[in-house]
Design a protein around this ligand. Sequence first.
Ligand code: NAD
Ligand code: MG
Length: 383
Amino acid sequence: MQKRHLAILGSTGSIGTQALEVVEANPDIFEVEVLTAQNNADLLIEQAAKFRPNVVVISNEDLYDKVFAALDPLDIKVYTGDKSLASVVTMDSVNIVLTALVGYAGLIPTVAAIKAGKHIALANKETLVVAGELVTELAQKHKVDILPVDSEHSAIFQCLVGEFHNPIEKIILTASGGPFRGKDREFLKTVTKAQALKHPNWSMGAKITIDSASLMNKGLEVIEAKWLFGLTPDQIEVVVHPQSIIHSMVQFEDGSMKAQMGLPDMRVPIQFAIGYPNRLKSNFPRMDFAQFPSLTFEKPDYQTFRNLGFAFEALQTGGNMACIVNAANEIAVASFLRDEIGFLEMSDLIEDCMKKVSFVRTPTLEDYIETDKETRRLALEFV
Ligand code: NAD
Ligand code: MG
């Protein structure tokens, strides 16, 4: 297997640190070229000292001196500033970029990486939500693979390997339902961020954990799936599966269905994306069916969790609508995490932005950038 030279954007986060576990377990397959972080300078320094990348980026400029002082003696270049992520991903030595940073910040570096011909292992779903059409067209043009890291999309991709010549009838995205499954709006009015941050099955970064509680995460994943697999909205079904053992399913035109299963462990999809097309031997815990005597399924509650419906609506509308939903949601989540708005108000804010932000039918990259800015402005006024 040819060696994989990785740039890991967001190496200090939940996905980033688990990706480095995979790298550490397979030193003859993976080589780290770039590591980046926003604020966690200490962990970035520790990771760089261990994995010896060529370059690190610390996005928070106030922390540059500290990181430089620690890594310059090790001959590791240190960058900071707005444009540095988009430039380090284009380095000759890199061949796969793992986008494990959170939110809209992933868009510009991902576009730069694709233009430079780098394959993308995509954890940063927001990039496809914001500009899925543009990003997937660009990837085709530059003959670059976008390999999904998100567990549901990895599941679908794993079901499709060997089936690329067979049309998909539909996909079934599974959702855990989050910590508030079965709750009503009355209950959700007063839930706190501490309650929302307790996910039953996965341990993840704060933003995606709140998104999971509000079902926005599943909404973003519906949009992500459309672009990754070229589907229409009516080919995408969401089913709540609280045990998170079946990671998603594909139904083919003969009616047959394939599912991909396993314990909830993000290292599996991370490893599949950066090791594709090979399945690397791992020592991750194996599933024991006796521990899961029943796998259950139920319909999502669209009345209580309105965000999921907004995502389908954005897909139907097209244009920059999903970009609006994403930016509004990023402000909503950040505001909820600062105790500035309540749990249900996050959906009100998104709905408000969907009505008010200027709609663009066929957006360019500049339009997406402008839409993101305009939506954030409006959303902050709402807060
Ligand atoms: P996290 O908050 O744990 O980590 C985010 C990382 O990105 C950190 O290294 C941080 O320093 C960096 N970062 C954050 N904001 C940045 C910015 N503006 N500019 C540059 N760097 C920035 O997040 P996570 O849970 O690892 O999620 C990362 C991405 O993966 C998200 O898009 C999320 O939706 C997706 N994802 C995560 C999981 C999971 O299990 N955590 C599962 C599926 C998909
Ligand atoms: Mg997921």
